[in-house]
Design a protein around this ligand. Structure first.
Ligand code: GRF
Length: 201
């Protein structure tokens, strides 16, 4: 792999197992990328600790006064940080805020998300709980480009899992996460190689 690696900023609010999967795929040369910074809206999120342990800049950006979206000063700060670190793409990995036009226009066609269902089924929060409560026989994960909607952007790839009798939401989420950890690096590599069906921009 002689080309320049994709320069990825990762945004997350939680434990960062998808960030770890991205690091592992880079180390295994399955993903030609460099994580140039990790940004969280939760000061003590473990995703920031994973970044620090690897020597990747870990940045906390308070989302206040907004609770569920990235907007205003916080959005500008995130855009500035990604640019300062030379990021070309943004991967959302459990980032619990809606992304608005400002960030999407700053990185057109270059903001990617992973969602724990087979979209368009079960958008929104706790998709694994939604799947169990709906009695779904199958669920999975979706990697998609982000647009201004809620989990609605163009799909890059999906991986499915069965929903088994007796599954609790937590058991199903763990099964889905195993597939996420394969799907996210695979989708990012497809984008790095220009195979991701990227929207223009
Ligand atoms: C994942 O299930 C992802 O699909 C969802 O949030 C969770 C993040 O998990 N958007 P982690 O922080 O990467 O472990």
């Amino acid at each position: 792999m002689s080309t320049t690696p994709m320069r990825l900023a990762v945004l997350g609010s939680g434990k960062g197992s998808n960030l770890q999967a991205i690091f592992d795929a880079i180390d295994a040369e399955r993903l030609h990328a460099e994580v140039i910074c990790v940004i969280s809206d939760v000061e003590d999120a473990f995703i920031l600790e994973r970044a620090r342990q690897r020597g990747v800049p870990a940045e906390y950006v308070d989302g206040a006064p907004f609770r569920t979206r990235l907007d205003g000063d916080a959005e500008r700060r995130v855009i500035d940080l990604v640019r300062q670190h030379g990021g070309t793409h943004i991967a959302l990995a459990g980032y619990m805020r809606m992304i608005k036009a400002g960030l999407l226009e700053a990185f057109p066609g270059r903001v990617i998300n992973i969602h724990p269902s087979l979209l368009p089924a079960f958008p929104g929060l706790e998709a694994w709980t939604q799947a169990v409560e709906a009695g779904a026989r199958e669920s999975g994960c979706t990697v998609h480009f982000v647009d201004p909607g809620m989990d609605t952007g163009p799909i890059i790839l999906q991986r499915s899992v069965p929903v088994l009798p007796g599954d609790t939401p937590a058991v199903l989420h763990a099964r889905i996460q195993q597939q996420e950890h394969l799907a996210y690096p695979e989708a990012l590599q497809a984008i790095a190689e220009g195979r991701g069906g990227a929207p223009t921009g």
